[in-house]
Design a protein around this ligand. Sequence first.
Ligand code: FE2
Length: 290
Amino acid sequence: MERAEAAVRDRMEAYTAPSVAPGDVSDELRPRIDELGLWDAVEHMREHGYAVIREAAPPALMDDLREAIHTLSKPADTPSGLASAPMLLGRHPAVDRVATLPKIMAFAEFSVGKAMRGGRFVGSIKPDGGDALALHADQNWMPTPFPEHNLVVTFCFACEGMTEAGGSTCVVPGSQLRRRAPTGAEMEAAQTVPIETQKGDVAVWDGSIWHGSYPRTIPGTRTVLHATYQRLYTQPIDDFTYLLRDAEYMANAPEGMRQLLGADLFFHTATPERDVDMKKFMYAVAASKL
Ligand SMILES: [Fe+2]
């Protein structure tokens, strides 16, 4: 009886625990942000809705990522000339390594919370003359106003760095405060600034900021991986859960992959014989507040 009462008390405590405020770093995460030197990027993200994480990935890993994207991409059937490769998680070791880099996992947790999941891992190659990408907000399938807690965070790994002339990402500073997508008139009138990175840096932006990309006006290609992470209660865009059923893959996958795949979450754990996994449910209750 006492055990049952203690379980009820623990559950009530978990349900009523306070949430970390939007933009704050939890006590649990703070030591990792310290250790990884991420405070500049965290503060820039809070104020501007985007940031650059310096030296997030070793340059040699960016070379491997570039090769993976060039190997796996197919030419687009649009006039933009953009070649792309969707659903890359689990299909190349370089992609899995960048997806689970310590700085990326910690920053994603800051932006979209503990137990966030992988949403989309898409490689693309923009050629000389490649088109601009129109302004949009990445969490554009959510109702507006977007919640104060960010739901979607996107990391852009530009394999050789990116510049405005090279077709970099651009953002509209301050637009994240509108908490909605731009109107047509706002898209036409918007003043954008480039996000420029060196090889090994990673650009990141939240789900609210209006962003797009510049056309490429110089020779060569812009090869990037866009990796998107989502707050645990949102439906992941792409379904990578098939990887959890591949025992050999999971045995060799980098640490962090189980989390990106939602292995410890309670979704889809109920069966006609047994209701949801309560241990996993209580983990989500706690994680949802951090
Ligand atoms: Fe986007």
